[in-house]
Design a protein around this ligand. Structure first.
Ligand code: DP6
Length: 325
């Protein structure tokens, strides 16, 4: 065989309706469906080269060789690709994130989306979009949403076959932006994978999951009709629900810091003052402030002036994962 390598790029995404908890952790079958938007300009670029006769997979991230659990997670993922392609070669993986270092912006979604595309193409697997999204899901749940472009819905599905993400609207459908208020570059938190495993210990998780179809409907409709007020209400409710589950798990997970709450309060004030803004917070202290693109400059300036905010990143709605030279 000739060249068995490929390079792919995928953006990060921010969930507007969150994935928290799995029905099946090994297959990453989520407790509930989720909706996200891709983040243009925050991406991972990954090259995969399959090598005949190599004994082990290798991984370089941002120029540094990686071993241990991070390599194991990638190697377990590559084993799925080997299995699908019916081959036993090992891979050299070289990956770069363009996210500013130490900002705590999650990279597993863009990382496993880029890896799924590069590894499968390099293995001569030509997967349909749904199959590629299912594959990415096995690496990191949220990665399945970084395969399609724009505004994306991940159907929880009944099993592996129907648990994948698809676009519900293109990036051009609605010019929104995510202004990410970076609260702290130096924090240690419980990672999402460990966090998902605690979700069912919260007495609130069952209620959050049972109501998810309703929230998904409201969010999908708000996006399709470009209704910012409706979007703001459901996005903040959903983020608050997920954090209520986190805070009431055993052990409890508290991701917010003082500045997180300060930004949440200011966002509410600004919205009352007529600015189209709402907040959403993932498994860390940074605040994602969703706004209309025309207001993003103003929102970024306001956020930058809030005490405790180290930096503000602005990301418009991004496209799908793609191959590059
Ligand atoms: C809070 O997809 O990072 O960002 O599947 O274990 O890799 P793993 O978890 P991950 O979880 C994302 C959690 C979240 C909400 C979301 O993106 O939907």
């Amino acid at each position: 065989m000739s060249d068995q390598s490929a390079t792919a790029v995928a953006c990060a995404n921010i969930a507007l309706i969150k994935y928290w908890g799995n029905r099946d952790a090994a297959q990453r079958l989520p407790a509930n469906g989720s909706i996200s938007m891709n983040l243009e300009g925050l991406f991972t670029r990954t090259r995969v080269a399959w090598r005949e006769g190599f004994k082990e997979d290798s991984l370089i991230i941002n120029g540094l060789p990686v071993r241990g659990t991070a390599l194991q997670r990638v190697s377990d993922f590559l084993a799925l690709v080997r299995n699908m392609a019916g081959m036993d070669w090992r891979a050299e993986v070289v990956s770069e994130n363009n996210f500013p270092a130490g900002t705590g912006i999650a990279s597993s979604a863009s990382a496993f989306a880029a890896l799924a595309l590069a590894a499968s193409i390099a293995a001569r697997l030509d997967l349909e979009p749904a199959a590629l999204s299912r594959l990415a899901r096995r690496g990191s749940g949220s990665a399945c949403r970084s395969i399609p472009g724009g505004f994306v819905e991940w159907q929880a599905g009944a099993g592996d076959e129907d648990s994948f993400a698809a676009s519900i609207a293109s990036p051009e459908h609605w010019e929104l932006a995510d202004c990410i208020a970076v609260v702290s570059a130096e924090y240690k938190t419980t990672g999402s994978t460990e966090g998902h495993a605690l979700a069912d210990t919260s007495p609130l998780q069952a209620g959050r999951v049972a109501d998810a179809p309703h929230r998904l409907d409201i969010c999908r409709r708000a996006l399709l009709s470009r209704d910012f007020d409706a979007l703001a209400g459901i996005v903040e409710l959903d983020s608050n629900l997920m954090h209520a589950v986190m805070m009431t798990s055993t052990p409890p997970l508290f991701y917010w810091q003082e500045s997180t709450l300060t930004v949440m309060r200011w966002v509410r004030e600004w919205r009352l003052g007529g600015l189209p803004v709402c907040y959403s917070i993932d498994a860390g202290p940074n605040v994602h402030v969703i706004t209309e693109r025309a207001a993003a400059g103003r929102v970024a300036d306001l956020l930058g002036a809030v005490p405790g905010i180290q930096k503000v990143l602005v990301a418009p709605v991004g496209g799908p994962a793609r191959l590059v030279k």
